[in-house]
Design a protein around this ligand. Structure first.
Ligand code: SAH
Length: 338
């Protein structure tokens, strides 16, 4: 079945022609779809015959709000249900630089990071490009506000859903749709090297964030199974290649876990490994999940870690945690069933 809202304008034109309609209909249809419609009936500007054919031959994905929680800091978390009953979460955040939506790219995740809630039940399925877009459409409709930034940092590993994510990036940027500039989009990966190389060839100036979380391969392996697949040095080399190819600075995410990766010697080791790379380290004091055995670093340890990096010439910031009271912060998203 053709999935309608993930199609590009030329693809929709081709579809219309194959259904015996003029190509310009495709252009109209594309524009309406990218406004974020919820059902075929909203396409009431189309001739009824074409609407009928589309209904018969195509799937129109949906994203229904099951639950919405509003944090004391204004952050909103949404639990959405997709056309087949799978559930995902997305988050709306207000920053000084604009409203940001954090989208999920998969229902569940198969990367298995030991500190993250999204991976507990494994991967259910990857999302269509339209299902990533729909999260933004729904949140825009609910808040009535303009969305200027998107981060692919919700549930799932974006580069494990490569084709659909690239398609999403093109559609989100399309001026007939959301029109979000690539520079206002950040994609976060746990470090799938082959896909990072591929991404660097796409010519899309999005910001790449790499979830590093460790100063060396041994610690990384202990907390992130993906580190067994790709070595630590290999990953850093891939980051350098990415920077050289795209001329864009990489941002490293580093969740600080008490006693595991937050000691002074870890900060020193990390500074040594990153020396000379054009990068930025985003420190995230670990957010609480139901996963046992890990504790967030103490405030002093976080400050000391950041100071050590800075002292060695590595820019570091501590990520302000938003939506903690509604479990909307990094690593807390899951497909809860109530
Ligand atoms: N799969 C992608 C996208 C997830 S983005 C990735 O791994 O990058 C979410 C970010 O939050 C990642 O850097 C992830 O490692 C981090 N994270 C996961 N669990 C966390 C937790 N409990 N506390 C803080 N950050 C966490």
């Amino acid at each position: 079945m053709t999935e309608l809202m993930s199609m590009t304008e030329p693809e929709i034109c081709e579809l219309c022609v194959s259904l015996g309609e003029p190509a310009y209909r495709g252009k109209q249809l594309f524009g309406w779809l990218q406004k974020g419609i919820r059902s075929f009936d909203e396409l009431n500007n189309l001739p009824a015959s074409l609407r009928g054919k589309l209904k018969e031959n195509c799937l129109l994905c949906t994203c229904k709000t099951v639950k919405r929680q509003i944090s004391s800091d204004g952050t909103r978390k949404y639990l959405f249900e997709l056309y087949d009953g799978e559930r995902i979460e997305s988050v709306f955040m207000r920053y000084r630089h604009g409203n940001t939506v954090c989208v999920s790219t998969q229902a569940g995740c198969r990367m298995g990071c030991s500190f993250c809630a999204s991976t507990i039940k494994g991967l259910k399925r990857s999302l269509y490009a339209s299902e990533i877009l729909l999260q933004i459409f729904e949140i825009r409709a609910d808040t009535g506000e303009r969305i200027s930034n998107v981060v692919l940092m919700g549930m799932g590993e974006p580069l494990d859903n490569y084709e659909n994510v690239i398609r999403f990036l093109h559609l989100a940027n399309d001026e007939k749709g959301l029109g979000i500039g690539y520079r206002h989009i950040s994609l976060s990966t746990c470090g799938l090297i082959d896909k990072m190389d591929r991404l660097s060839e796409e010519g899309l100036p999005v910001t790449l964030s790499v979830s590093l979380h460790a100063p060396n391969g041994d610690i990384r392996k202990a907390i992130m199974p993906v580190a067994n697949r790709y070595g630590y040095d290999e990953l850093l080399e891939a980051c350098v290649r990415y920077e050289q190819k795209t001329k864009r600075r990489i941002s490293f995410e580093y969740a600080l876990i008490s006693g595991v990766n937050d000691r002074p010697e870890h900060a020193l080791e990390l500074a040594g490994r990153l020396k000379g790379t054009l990068c930025h380290v985003n420190l995230i004091p670990l957010n609480h999940t139901e996963r046992k055995g890990y504790k967030r670093s103490e405030r002093d340890a976080v400050q000391a870690f950041a100071a050590t990096l800075e002292k060695h010439g590595i820019t570091a910031t501590v990520r302000r945690s938003l939506g903690n009271d509604i479990s909307a912060a990094c690593g807390q998203l899951k497909a809860e069933n109530d």
